[in-house]
Design a protein around this ligand. Structure first.
Ligand code: GTR
Length: 398
């Protein structure tokens, strides 16, 4: 494909003008405050990291920082977790795939929550299949295993045709997506004496943790190549995917679709959704410690580029949508770009450009990829196909 270079992406003035004005929400690029981000290779003590060993040590500190200050700590893997294959249909999709429905029981007590994992594996293959896992944060019709409803949000047929296995679970299997949700799902089951601490997990941590339990299952399924699995999610699911890929090094690639605030977008830009707004609307997504940073972004001891950096040297793909200014496309790109030195530290080339790519001009590098698609806040078939094709390139060398 020949791509005409169209320069760097800028928000379309017509899209900016169409935004619903909201108090304290900025859509004006000229009003982005001056900010200084922590250097991704800073050792946190005034020194600079120059070795992989130094980064591995810093990585642990940063993981702890994100757990303590933003998303909250998750429990250990339950020792009594067990997998139950409730259905295995070898002639799904007219014989093109095997459909497996697997219940991941998170314990043996009667009130143990269960993740209902659904997995299509291509039948035409000579080796275990690489798999994409979507944590679905939309209506269950988007992940319909009967395929009566086909949604671009989970394009089973197209991914099978490309030789990938494709899996999903519905996020509310583990944690409800509403205020006052802490009394249900995984929280009461795993929360020691029942009192919530300011560092205890919120929903993003719970959903990320559940995605890792699906990886636990993949490792036991001989049809799946667990060394080449991808975690993907959109919007709140994109935030979840990043947090999951950051913590769990078994994922070969992490995809963030329009994850925005508290996902890929740099908090310090204060463009589109702000910390104050997200924490007010979705306090249960985070741990309580995060709340002190609303309107104090410059005082944060971290920013979202350091979350992305935790994925290195494994592959990361961030995509934005042109009309989705709420998620701050430029802030998503900026974070990715600021994270690049860690890929370089590992000897990977990182991004193919230092400029934000123009609209619809995918920038696929070595271990890092980005595109901004025309249109609305969504994870569309064209996005999936780009993620899938970039991962094919990645798998040639890794
Ligand atoms: C919005 C929220 C965003 C994003 C989105 C979604 O209401 O402000 O951070 O997560 O929901 O998940 O669709």
């Amino acid at each position: 494909m020949t791509i005409e270079k169209k320069g760097s992406w800028q928000a379309n003035p017509a899209v900016v003008a169409a935004q619903r004005p909201r108090p304290n929400i900025n859509y004006d690029e000229t009003k982005v405050p001056t900010y200084t981000v922590p250097d991704v290779l800073s050792d946190g003590k005034g020194g600079k990291i120059t070795s992989i060993e130094g980064w591995r040590k810093r990585r642990e500190e940063l993981l702890d920082l994100f757990r303590r200050e933003e998303y909250g700590y998750s429990p250990a893997v339950p020792q009594d977790m067990w997998f139950e294959t409730v259905q295995c249909d070898k002639s799904a999709l007219g014989g093109d795939a095997t459909l497996k429905l697997v219940d991941i029981h998170l314990g043996r007590k009667p009130n143990a929550p269960t993740i209902h994992l659904q997995l299509f594996v291509p039948n035409k293959r000579t080796a275990p299949a690489p798999a994409f896992l979507l944590m679905c944060n939309r209506a269950k019709t988007n992940i319909d295993v009967t395929r009566a409803v086909k949604s671009e949000f989970w394009p089973v047929e197209e991914m099978i045709a490309k030789g990938y296995a494709i899996a999903s679970f519905h996020y509310e299997d583990v944690a409800l997506d509403r205020k006052e949700s802490f009394g249900e799902g995984v929280y009461p089951y795993f929360l020691g004496d029942g009192t919530r601490k300011p560092t205890d997990w919120g929903a993003l941590s719970a959903w990320a943790w559940a995605s890792s339990r699906c990886m636990d299952y993949f490792e036991t399924d001989s049809d799946i190549d667990a060394t080449h699995c991808v975690i993907t999610g959109h919007s709140r699911g994109g935030k979840t995917a990043l947090w999951c890929g950051a913590q769990d090094e078994r994922w070969a690639m992490t995809i963030s679709s329009c994850s925005g605030c508290s996902g890929a977008a740099l908090a310090r830009r204060c463009y589109g959704e702000s910390l104050a707004v997200i924490q007010n609307a979705f306090p249960y997504w985070f741990c309580e410690n995060y709340f002190k940073y609303a309107n104090h972004e410059n005082e944060m001891p971290f920013d979202q580029h350091q979350l992305i950096a935790l994925i290195a040297p494994r592959a990361v793909y961030i995509h934005s949508a042109d009309e989705d200014l709420w998620a701050d496309p430029k802030g998503e790109w900026t974070s990715l770009h600021l994270a690049e030195p860690v890929w370089k530290l590992y000897g990977r080339k990182g991004l193919p450009t230092q400029e934000m790519p123009a609209l619809d001009e995918p920038a696929w590098g070595d271990g890092m990829a980005y595109h901004v698609r025309p249109g609305e806040h969504n994870n569309k078939l064209v996005d999936w196909m780009r993620h899938a094709d970039f991962f094919k390139e990645e798998m040639k060398n890794h």
